[in-house]
Design a protein around this ligand. Structure first.
Ligand SMILES: CC(C)(COP(=O)(O)OP(=O)(O)OC[C@H]1O[C@@H](n2cnc3c(N)ncnc32)[C@H](O)[C@@H]1OP(=O)(O)O)[C@@H](O)C(=O)NCCC(=O)NCCS
Length: 163
């Protein structure tokens, strides 16, 4: 999935490196639906599904089913927050050894400037209400809460920003 995203997300797939060491990453996509369509029509999604049921991702059948239910539930719940376009910050993380050094802030700024260059009007993300450091990061980088959604595991805060 990462290789696929790296190929398709292009400028929005960001890595922070120091002396060749990976310190963090962020994945911004200008259109989630375009990525989903590409995954489907290229056969990649089918390959992932096959790997998942054949046990290659080490997911127990119960966990797999729960994951699928979660995704469907989440998709329906989240629809009402779709605003301008469907750009998304899919994921961001920084190595715990180097957190607090401004790396995530630089990744978010770089991702937003990549989205701006692609004329993306708005970017969306979801974050768990318990994830205080991520929420603080998003507030600091200009995101605002527009609502809440949920999946079977609990609530998500929906945030958006203009790149
Ligand atoms: C969230 C995360 C990416 C932040 O990475 P980071 O490189 O430590 O963040 P930065 O140093 O760039 O911090 C930027 C701002 O975010 C806020 N922030 C970051 N970590 C914080 C913390 N632990 N407590 C409070 N605020 C925090 C601060 O406002 C900070 O600015 P400041 O230092 O000038 O006050 C990191 O904690 C992480 O990888 N978490 C696990 C993965 C995750 O939860 N990803 C988000 C999924 S939605």
């Amino acid at each position: 999935m990462w290789t696929f995203l790296q190929r398709t997300a292009g400028e929005g797939f960001l890595a922070a490196r120091e002396d060749g060491r990976l310190l963090g990453y962020a994945i911004f996509v200008p259109s989630l639906r375009a990525i989903q369509r590409r995954a489907f029509f290229s056969g990649e999604a089918f390959k992932w599904a096959l790997h998942a049921v054949s046990g290659r991702y080490d997911l127990r059948p119960g966990r797999l089913l729960r994951g699928l239910q979660n995704k469907v539930f989440f998709l329906f719940q989240g629809q009402r927050f779709r605003t301008r376009g469907d750009a998304q910050l899919l994921n961001i993380a920084v190595d715990p050894d180097v957190q607090g050094r401004g790396i995530a802030k630089r990744l978010v700024d770089a991702g937003l400037s990549a989205m701006r260059a692609l004329n993306v009007p708005e970017v969306r993300l979801e974050v768990r209400p318990s994830n205080r450091s991520a929420i603080a990061l998003y507030r600091k980088t200009g995101w605002r809460e527009v609502g809440r959604t949920r999946d079977l595991e609990g609530e998500w805060i929906v945030m958006v920003t203009t790149p």
